[in-house]
Each structure stands twice: as structure tokens, then as C-alpha cells.
Design a protein around this ligand. Structure first.
Ligand SMILES: Cc1ncc(COP(=O)(O)O)c(C=O)c1O
Length: 399
């Protein structure tokens, strides 16, 4: 319940309605009732996206502390004013290389990167077609831009083509947006088909690699490496520093003229403080560690395969997951999902429920992140406890 005077937003009303309909109270939500479990110890934590276990890597901590000592915690100005640091160019050059692009630009937050980039690229009179399961930051960017928004069925190039054929000609510019590795489902689009449609319909293609970098492809370079695509063919790559790169912030990698346009017109860049030196230094060091220690990516991918195999053997529904770093356990029903999560949290597992507005109410799930430092033993134990928690809630959770 919100304090008097705090506006009740539509998303809050939706959650309240769903809870009531499912006979649940706010105290049944694990985030409120089991906040002490947020930091479940490493081997029992399956909700952290520190995919390559780099958060406390000594080289990354050293790089961040050096930068901190030299430049402090805040850049104290927008980069268009006095906030430009040598660390920015260093990190941006490396990110541009990962994506075979001319240039890159880092922002203080991944969410703000999507919102302000999309809003700076399109406007009323333009068309944006987004994958149905795109992240909130993508949807918010489109809304802010004022462009016409259409949604194509998840990972369905045929559905996308249908929309392009029907609507593209009515708009000046067209932007297609998808994710390289979907955060809630752990699956990927077929980038080749999207590139073909992009060319046929004179559109731009933007791919959010928040969960692709460090996770997909033999060297962890992302969805393009996994699918053998030349990354320079994609118009706009977006990513975050907060996942595999163990830092905070977001970035765009694209052609020089796009980056130059964003420097001036992406409000989350020009009207916001520059990313601080410790975060830049940490992300730059993380990219180096990722390259020098490829066994981390290999271990993450082996763990993902093991988790998906073990879960399927136990009869759990993992949806369309590739089994790379994100594995949903589909329970569909909201009540069962919350109760199963509570059961697991009470046993010391860091496993959280995903429910509306993040996913539709009939697609609720427990979403698992696999990391390079997980062991087969912890994954086996998790799957055993998951199976009993689900069995327990399904048999005992009378309404
Ligand atoms: C697909 C996707 N894009 C963007 C973001 C926003 O990134 P950040 O949390 O670094 O702001 C997230 C966050 O989880 C995400 O999953």
C-alpha cells in the first residue's frame, strides 16, 4: 500500500489487481518478505547477471580504484561541458571494435541509453517496429520519441515482414528494434533474416546486446559472433556495462555520424553527467579480462547447457531458452510462481519470480541467470530444490 499522496500508477494498479485475483498479499512478494535473501551466497545465487564473475576480479577492482583516486567518483559535469575524461575515449574505442563500428558512446545508465537513443533517432512521422518482448527501456524510448510504434510477434521475421509490407511506405524512416539475447526468455532472433528485411524495406536495425555481450559466441562477443554475422552490418548496437562488464552504464556502437548526432541530441547524454572514471575503468578492464580469460565464457556456456539439460530431465519447462546464460522456468500461473519463489528463497536460493508488468500474467516464471563460477553440484542441487518447490506449491497451494 502506498503512502497517501503518492500517485497510484497503472502498473501498480495492475499488480494489485493480479495479487487480489490470485489470493496473494504484497507480503507474499519475495522482494518485500525475504529482502534478507537478496544476497544469497554465490553458489545459491541465480538472479545475478554478473555472468563472468568479474565483480570482484582484482584487475577490475585495481583499475577502478586507480581511477577513483585520480578522478573521484563524479565527473561533476556533462561531457559536453567539463565532464570529458580520457577514460571515455579508451572504453569507447574498445566497444566500437567489439561491434566492428566506427565509433561508440557511453551513457550513465543502460536504461537511459535506450530511452534517449531511440528518442533521438526517430520522431513523429517515423515508424518503430519492436519485438513483442523488448525491454521496458526500448518501449519507453519509442513512447518518448512520438514515432508510430508497432509490435512484431516475438522472434518472428514473417510477422515483421507483414508489418513492413503493410505500413512501411506510410512513414519517413523506420527503425526495427530487437534484443540479441532476450532477458526474460534466453533466446535470440535470427539476425540474418532481420538484416535482409532491413535492406528490403529501407529501415535501420538496432540490437540491444545487454545480455549478449560476454555470454554468446565463442569469445563472448555476443549474438553476432554466435551467429557468424559481420557486426558492422547492424546499424546500431546497444549494450550495458552492468552485466558481463561488472560496472554501471550503457553504450551505443554505430557509425560516426550516428554517434555524433547522439552526442548532441540524446538527452540522457547531453543533459546528464558523464559516466564516472571508476565505472569506465572497470568496464575497460573487464573487456580485457574477458579476452584474456576465455575460459570464463566457456564455463558460463557449459553451465548453461548443464542447467537446461538437468532442468529438462527433471521435467521442467524452460521455454525457448538457448541455455546460454538465461533459463526461465515457466510456471505460467502467477500464484504458483510467487509461492515457489518464496519457498526457494526460504531455503536460501537467490531465485526470483517474474510477473506482470514484465511478462504477461499467463507467462509467469522463475528466471535463472547462470554464471561462469557456478558448479555442477550447485546447479544439480538447485534443480532438485526447484522441482520439489514446484511440486510442493502445486499440491499444497490451495486457494
Ligand atoms: C535488455 C535490457 N536492456 C537494457 C537494460 C538496462 O540496463 P541497465 O540495467 O544497465 O540500466 C536491461 C536491464 O536489465 C536489459 O535487460
Amino acid at each position: 500500500m502506498l503512502s497517501p499522496g503518492v500517485p497510484q500508477l497503472a502498473s501498480q494498479r495492475l499488480v494489485d489487481r493480479l495479487l487480489r485475483r490470485n489470493g496473494l498479499k504484497a507480503s507474499d512478494l519475495p522482494f518485500f518478505s525475504r529482502a534478507d535473501q537478496v544476497n544469497a551466497p554465490g553458489q545459491r545465487q541465480f538472479s545475478s547477471y554478473d555472468y563472468l564473475d568479474l565483480k570482484t576480479h582484482p584487475l577490475i577492482l585495481d583499475a577502478a580504484s586507480e581511477a577513483l583516486k585520480q578522478y573521484g567518483l563524479s565527473t561533476s559535469a556533462s561531457r559536453l561541458m567539463a565532464g570529458e575524461l580520457p577514460h571515455h575515449a579508451g572504453l569507447e574505442t574498445q566497444l566500437a571494435q567489439v561491434y566492428g563500428q566506427e565509433s561508440a558512446l557511453v551513457f550513465v545508465s543502460g536504461h537511459a541509453t535506450n530511452v534517449s537513443t531511440i528518442a533521438a533517432l526517430v520522431e513523429p512521422g517515423d515508424l518503430v517496429i519492436v519485438d513483442q518482448l523488448s525491454h521496458n527501456s526500448i518501449q519507453m524510448g519509442v513512447r518518448l520519441s512520438g514515432a508510430r510504434r508497432l509490435v512484431f510477434p516475438h522472434n518472428d521475421p514473417v510477422g515483421l515482414e507483414r508489418l513492413l509490407v503493410k505500413h512501411r511506405h506510410q512513414y519517413r524512416r523506420c527503425l526495427i528494434v530487437t534484443e540479441g539475447h532476450f532477458s526474460m526468455d534466453g533466446d535470440s532472433p535470427d539476425l540474418n533474416s532481420l538484416l535482409t528485411l532491413r535492406d528490403e524495406h529501407r529501415a535501420w536495425l538496432m540490437v540491444d546486446e545487454a545480455h549478449g555481450l560476454g555470454v554468446l559466441g565463442a569469445g563472448g562477443l555476443g549474438s553476432h559472433q554466435q551467429q557468424g554475422i559481420d557486426p558492422s552490418k547492424v546499424d546500431i548496437w546497444m549494450g550495458t556495462l552492468s552485466k558481463s562488464l561488472a560496472s554501471t552504464g550503457g553504450f551505443i556502437a554505430a557509425k560516426q555520424d550516428v554517434i555524433q548526432h547522439l552526442r548532441l541530441h540524446a538527452s540522457g547524454f547531453s543533459f546528464s553527467v558523464g559516466l564516472n572514471a571508476p565505472c569506465c575503468a572497470a568496464a575497460t578492464a573487464a573487456l580485457t579480462v574477458m579476452r584474456n580469460e576465455p575460459e570464463r565464457v566457456a564455463s558460463l556456456q557449459a553451465n548453461g547447457r548443464y542447467l537446461i539439460h538437468t532442468a529438462q530431465e527433471a521435467g521442467l519447462d524452460v521455454g525457448q531458452s538457448l541455455g546460454m546464460g538465461i533459463v526461465p522456468i515457466m510456471l505460467n500461473d502467477l500464484r504458483h510462481t510467487f509461492l515457489a519463489a518464496n519457498h526457494l528463497l526460504a531455503q536460501g536460493w537467490g531465485v526470483y519470480p517474474i510477473a506482470p508488468p514484465t511478462v504477461p500474467s499467463n507467462r509467469c516464471r522463475l528466471r535463472l541467470f547462470v554464471r561462469s563460477d557456478h558448479t555442477k553440484e550447485s546447479i544439480t542441487n538447485l534443480v532438485n530444490d526447484l522441482s520439489s518447490a514446484i511440486h510442493h506449491t502445486k499440491t499444497n497451494a490451495g486457494r
